[in-house]
Design a protein around this ligand. Structure first.
Ligand code: GLN
Length: 244
């Protein structure tokens, strides 16, 4: 069995250790004897997302989003085809925002998103920036779990039809909001950096399972020893006064 990952804008969209998500996917696959290959793709490079099982895009500040969005929009039909062909998607923060309608920054200038989903993002003033550790509760394909991460975004994402998680502590899609991220059966998009997958091995495995589904169908992944990761998560839940 093998897993092919396309890591978009690896050189520009990478905040707060987002690259650690790739490392975790590789390591968890290797421990199970799943061959995992990672290709990177940045501005101007030719890669067909439909050739891959997982499309990963990390977060980036307004500056980086401005640098990449035209290149991203130019790939819209290729990305749509990847979606049609059941590629899984993991999108963090700035990447999450750019799959919606638009992102409007604090000065009111707007960049277009891919428009695949109805949500849109408008930056708040400095007093309403969403910064800090976050804890959420989610159900991914029938598996419920608590997850922790770190968020730092001015963008307030509205009109999200199906959020990724319910916020237990922190902000989420908007300043002090109830919900976090966007999710459907193929796309998981979240504000959670930190990075997401090292802190939440349960999410990592759901991403691997979703990605493998494209070519291998429904697979059962062997359990790994996550004692250390789970105790690290529990320490953060304690700090945020959230039950395990
Ligand atoms: N520039 C966006 C915002 O502040 C995204 C930031 C990020 O990816 N952390 O809302």
């Amino acid at each position: 069995m093998n897993l092919r990952i396309l890591w978009m804008y690896h050189d520009l969209m990478d905040l707060y250790g987002d690259k650690g998500n790739i490392q975790v996917l590789k390591t968890r696959c290797a421990k199970r004897g799943i061959d995992c290959s990672v290709d990177t793709c940045t501005i101007g490079e030719k890669k067909d997302p439909a050739d891959y099982d997982l499309f990963f895009m990390g977060g980036g500040a307004d500056r980086e989003q401005n640098l990449i969005y035209e290149d991203l929009i130019a790939r819209k039909e290729d990305i749509r085809r990847a979606m049609d062909e059941r590629t899984a998607f993991l999108l963090i923060c700035g990447g999450y925002q750019l799959f919606g309608q638009y992102y409007r920054d604090q000065d009111g200038s707007e960049i277009q998103g891919l428009g695949f989903f109805d949500y849109y993002t408008i930056a708040a003033d400095r007093d309403h920036r969403c910064i800090g550790n976050i804890a959420v509760e989610t159900v991914i394909d029938g598996v419920s779990m608590k997850a922790v991460g770190f968020e730092n975004h001015g963008g307030q994402t509205q009109n999200v039809s199906s959020p990724f998680a319910r916020v237990l502590s922190g902000h989420g899609n908007m300043y002090r909001s109830e919900y976090e991220g966007f999710m459907n059966d193929q796309v998981l998009a979240t504000y959670m950096h930190g990075p997401l997958l090292p802190k939440n091995p349960g999410i990592a495995d759901q991403i691997i399972r979703r990605a493998l589904k494209k070519r291998s169908g429904e697979v059962t992944l062997a359990d790994l020893d996550d004692t250390l990761e789970i105790s690290a998560r529990n320490i953060m839940l304690d700090r945020l006064k959230v039950s395990h």
